[in-house]
Design a protein around this ligand. Structure first.
Ligand code: AHR
Length: 503
């Protein structure tokens, strides 16, 4: 029998969990918006054309903040196209995804949808093909109550109260050569600094995210962060991280250890931000907005899906519609564990994306909406992880991977809510063949019992939920979880993710 041991102690605090850690991302890409959240002809559509079956699933998922409207899309976006009378809105060619954007859903409609799901709007600004002035215009339109042409235009367009958007991204993935308006770290850092200063003059309450690296594997990673923050440290609040993982060349062992890479990514960006802070003798701490993360089979996108052709600009094509397996969901749950382990510095995050596009929720036009395997770890973690993230003292066997070296077979994090007295423990077993029995020292929690224990696993780790079989994969109660004499025990199946609630 393989065993591992954890100690969960409410004194081992990492930091408070910001609800923004459970954010998501809606981009005008593929069928995320059109035929995703919005489908006026659908039997469940409300008066505004939004699918209520999707709204119910998004509510169950428990997303806090939603980043919008891109992504790569934003670097060619003119925000003015997306407001005002619908019939007057232009149709534009979106170069990022080689699609036609009808602008039927824009800022007002999307903000209205967010009210239905009770989530916060996070807007990305176009600093690729546009600049400081257009960014100022959008913030004025969104956040100034009235009395100026742009704020009065918002009122005339049906929104008397300001949108009051707090979180703003200063562009998207500006380190990426694929990005419209991609530039050097120094040029981008200067533009971000100038834009941030201007935005704060307009609205001092804004929280600003400067672009970090599109992945820890970019050739400029590390130096990009150092240079950008050297230019913009005093002007911004967050630096972004983006990371996508996929199983490559049948190397499941490395794929299952993807969170090791995310841990390292976060630690490195924190170290770089703190280095710049010390050079600047600054009192201010820059935190991380991990505003794109997920499993994404990018190789498949480039090989099979990428659209081309001068006469080929479809509306809402099926793009990036990855269908997630149990193994994908275990990795995904582990990425959430990594975010929680860094809750002191990762204070905002966005699962990319929300519906149809690399998403936990899928829809069929005129048909049903269903949960992908990744829905379950997100929904449960969002519901149970509150209060403070705790470091767990982990003693586990290790295994060798081709990509990340020797890594622990188990990964875990705990959270403790002093108000409710509840503790949650999230665990993954990365073994491909063996179950692992974990003993958890919970003596300092006092007399607690297992309130729930749920596991995602399957004898077929390739099992998926599909239109034909939408409930093939789900969570199961883990009957092995028990508490006796200050120790909890639980057995984790091979390739599994588990959440235990104690209280
Ligand atoms: O989420 C899909 C794409 O991934 C986003 O548009 C871009 O920012 C990233 O490269």
């Amino acid at each position: 029998m393989i065993t591992a041991h954890l100690t969960v102690d409410p004194h081992f605090e990492v930091g408070s969990i910001n609800r923004r850690l459970f954010g998501s991302f809606v981009e005008h890409l593929g069928r995320c918006v059109y035929d995703g959240i919005y489908e006026p002809g659908h039997p469940t559509a409300d008066a505004e054309g939004f699918r209520q079956d999707v709204i119910e699933l998004v509510r169950e998922l428990g997303v806090s903040t939603v980043r919008y409207p891109g992504g790569n899309f934003v670097s060619g976006f003119r925000w003015e196209d997306s407001v005002g009378p619908r019939d007057d809105r232009p149709r534009r060619l979106d170069l990022a995804w080689h699609s036609t954007e009808t602008n039927e859903v824009g800022l007002h409609e999307f903000a209205g949808w967010l009210e239905k799901i009770d989530s916060e709007l996070m807007l990305a600004l176009n600093l690729g093909t546009r600049g400081t002035l257009e960014a100022l215009d959008l913030v004025e339109y969104s956040n100034i109550r009235g009395g100026s042409t742009l704020s009065e235009q918002r009122v005339a367009n049906g929104r008397s109260e300001p949108f009051g958007v707090q979180m703003w991204c200063l562009g998207n993935e500006m380190d990426g050569p694929w990005q419209l308006g991609h530039r050097s770290a120094e040029d981008y850092g200067k533009l971000a600094s100038q834009t941030a200063k201007a935005l704060r003059q307009l609205d001092p309450s804004v929280e600003l995210v400067v672009c970090g690296s599109s992945s820890a594997h970019m050739p400029t990673f590390g130096e990009w962060e150092r240079v950008v923050l050297t230019e913009a440290y005093d002007d911004v609040d967050y630096i972004s991280c983006h990371a996508y993982y996929q199983e490559k060349n049948g190397d499941l062992g490395s794929f299952l250890a993807s969170a090791v890479d995310m841990d390292h990514f976060i630690d490195t960006v924190v170290a770089t931000a703190d280095h710049v802070r010390s050079v600047k003798r600054s009192d201010k701490q820059i935190n991380i907005s991990f505003d794109e993360w997920n499993v994404w089979y990018t190789d498949r996108y480039h090989a099979e899906e990428e659209l081309t052709g001068i006469d080929n600009w479809p509306i809402a094509p099926r793009l990036l519609e990855d269908v997630y397996s149990v193994a994908d969901a275990v990795v995904f749950g582990n990425l959430l564990i990594s975010l929680l382990k860094h809750a002191d510095r990762v204070t905002s995050a966005s699962l990319a994306q929300l519906v149809n596009v690399i998403a936990p929720i899928m829809t069929e036009p005129g048909g049903p909406a269903w949960k992908q395997t990744t829905f379950f770890p997100f929904a449960i973690t969002s519901r149970l992880a509150s209060g403070t993230a705790l470091e767990v003292k982990l003693d586990a066997p290790v295994y060798d991977t081709a990509v990340y070296g020797t890594v622990p077979l188990i990964d875990a994090v705990a959270t403790h809510d002093a108000e409710t007295g509840r503790t949650a423990v999230f665990l993954v077993n990365r073994s491909q063949t063996e179950e692992v029995t974990v003993t958890i020292d919970i003596g300092t929690l006092g007399g607690v019992a297992v309130l729930s224990a749920q596991t995602l696993s399957d004898s077929d780790i390739g099992a998926r939920n599909t239109l034909a079989d939408p409930e093939r994969v789900g969570l199961a109660d883990n009957g092995s979880a028990a508490v006796a004499g200050g120790t909890a025990t639980v057995t984790l199946p091979a390739v599994s993710w588990t959440a235990i609630e104690l209280g």
